[in-house]
Design a protein around this ligand. Structure first.
Ligand code: ACM
Ligand code: ZN
Length: 539
């Protein structure tokens, strides 16, 4: 009506990652005793998720109804084929005074609409007990949103320290909140094998234990405090299902041919020279790796992968491939014979053979290989995806431009969450752009997305993990989702304040902003110092 202005104060809408399009409207929706949830059949699990999210703190019944016409003050979760242009992860969220509508082309999009709705509610919504006297009002608006990248990943290294399933579940919950969709799970390392393999019980009987941990990279002396742990297959199945409910694919990493001392300690015949190997008690790069000349190594790895494939439905299986010294291969008669037989140039090419043989096996099972950029060699199978962390960018661009190869970006100096904040401040994490300038626009689509890895040499426990990860992962989540032209550091920092209150409410720690965003002088100091133990030096 002319002359009448709505005086409702619309609260600020502080959502991370920032949505594509927000249209504010007047009025508010109030979640109350009348509110009900309606979901079409494909979204019933989303309805359950939403109810579990809202019911404990609000203390409201929030019945799930199957008859849309009778739903009162409803939250509607529905598929809408007309929203195909937003993709299966995009969504439309409309909040009016008497209804909330979340619709998408796919159930993943509805899930992300729920995550946005969650951030529009006061942070007390995260309480797991009923909050007395709270006011559950949500500003009316229309949001249309979709992700920039299809690969929005976080990597947890469970090899250096075993973190356990409670941390994994929490990680998955927090990833969902930030609309991250790939959990790269680094499960095998020199310092520990973390996944039960039924056919090779020694991998966990022996390989998941180490005698102690050295606090320096070179130190042979360790603290004498045993460290152990692994996930049973039943636990993994539960975790994978939990992740799937949150639209998260778990990409397991079974590292080869390097970083494999825990496997060699369990089955020494997999090395070039069978010896007495021990699960490593210090960190670094070790010369003993799987032999590339013995067929039993490939039989072993194929058996391991067979079990991995039954546990993880992911289309991608990570095989590591980084930091594999060739010292043993140079002197091993079996490796040398393989080089001759296959007509390979050298030991470098032998790693190419190794990768391709495993990739072909996974391909025969309908899965694709992903590996660190060291697997990028002449003749690498077409389907292999590269995770770039360090080394020649030129080579990477050639692979993208000449071979149409797909890439996930995790640059060492801009994306490694194990670095100290002096070296990698929050602003750098936020400004990390996964599509390098050198790549022509026509090839930009080859960059599937980005991933922030947390290597855990110096991350023995949850407080350290929280400190390293937050708020940098939140910054990365925005880069993964929000289009480049909508990103703005200042605006992000403003929204982050509220997000950090939510993290606190969830019991999650983070680096305070004055530490996450240190002065320029400290940042320079960080580049020249070797800040142990907060930061890794080299791997
Ligand atoms: C790596 O950091 N070695 C992939
Ligand atoms: Zn060998």
């Amino acid at each position: 009506m002319d002359g009448i202005r709505d005086k409702t104060i619309v609260p600020t809408v502080d959502i991370i990652p920032r949505p594509e399009k927000i249209e504010r409207r007047s009025g508010q929706y109030c979640l109350d005793g009348e509110s009900e949830i309606y979901a079409d059949t494909p979204n019933l699990w989303n309805a359950d998720y939403l109810r579990n999210l809202l019911a404990p703190s609000t203390g409201l019944p929030l019945e799930i109804q199957s008859d849309r016409l009778t739903v009162k003050n409803g939250i509607h979760l529905v598929l809408n084929p007309g929203l195909e242009p937003l993709g299966h992860e995009g969504y439309r969220l409309e909040i009016s005074p008497d209804a909330i509508l979340i619709e998408s082309f796919g159930t993943a999009g509805v899930f992300y609409g729920i995550q946005t709705l969650r951030q529009l509610l006061p942070v007390e919504i995260e309480e797991r007990v009923s909050v007395i006297g709270a006011d559950w009002r949500i500003p009316c608006l229309l949001i249309e949103d979709k992700p920039r990248f299809s690969w929005r990943g976080f990597m947890l290294d469970d090899g250096r320290y075993f973190h356990g399933k409670e941390i994994v579940y929490l990680t998955l919950d927090l990833m969902a909140l930030q609309k991250l969709n790939i959990f790269h799970w680094h499960l095998t390392e020199d310092q520990g094998w973390r996944v039960e393999i039924k056919k090779y019980p020694a991998l966990t009987e022996i390989g998941s234990h180490r005698a102690g941990t050295s606090k320096t990279m070179l130190g042979k002396k360790h603290d004498g405090i045993p460290h152990a742990g692994f996930y049973t297959q039943d636990e993994i199945r539960e975790i994978v299902a939990y992740a799937a409910r949150r639209n998260i694919t778990i990409v397991p990493e079974i590292e080869m041919p390097g970083h494999s001392l825990s496997a060699l300690a369990s089955y020494p015949e997999l090395a070039c020279n069978a010896g007495l190997f021990q699960v490593a008690t210090h960190f670094g790069v070790f010369p003993d790796i799987y032999c590339a000349g013995k067929d039993r190594v490939f039989n072993f790895l194929q058996d391991v992968l067979d079990e991995i494939l039954t546990l993880f439905p992911s289309p991608y299986i990570h095989i590591g491939g980084d930091e594999a010294p060739k010292k043993r291969w140079k002197r091993c008669p079996d490796c040398q014979q393989r080089i001759r037989e296959q007509g390979l140039m050298d030991e470098q090419a032998l790693q190419g053979y190794f990768t391709n043989r495993i990739a072909a096996y996974l391909d025969s099972k309908g899965r694709k290989v992903i590996g660190w950029n060291e697997i990028l060699q002449e003749g690498l199978v077409e389907s292999a995806v590269i995770q770039y962390w360090a080394g020649s960018r030129q080579r990477l661009f050639e692979a993208v431009c000449n071979q149409n190869r797909f890439v996930v970006m995790s640059s060492y100096l801009s994306a490694y969450l194990d670095h100290g904040y002096n070296l990698m401040p929050l602003s750098l994490a936020y400004q990390y752009e996964p599509i390098p300038d050198e790549l022509e626009q026509e090839h930009a689509g080859s960059i599937l997305g980005l991933e922030f890895p947390l290597w855990s040499e110096w991350v023995p426990d949850r407080p350290r993990l929280d400190y390293q990860v937050y708020p940098r992962l939140t910054a990365m989540a925005e880069t993964g989702w929000t289009s480049k032209d909508k990103k703005n550091l200042e605006d992000f920092l403003r929204r982050l304040e509220k997000f950090l209150v939510r993290l606190h409410q969830l019991g999650v720690g983070f680096a305070p902003l004055r530490e996450a965003q240190p002065s320029i002088i400290r940042q320079w100091f960080g580049i020249f110092s070797i800040p142990l133990p907060q930061t890794r030096t080299a791997r």
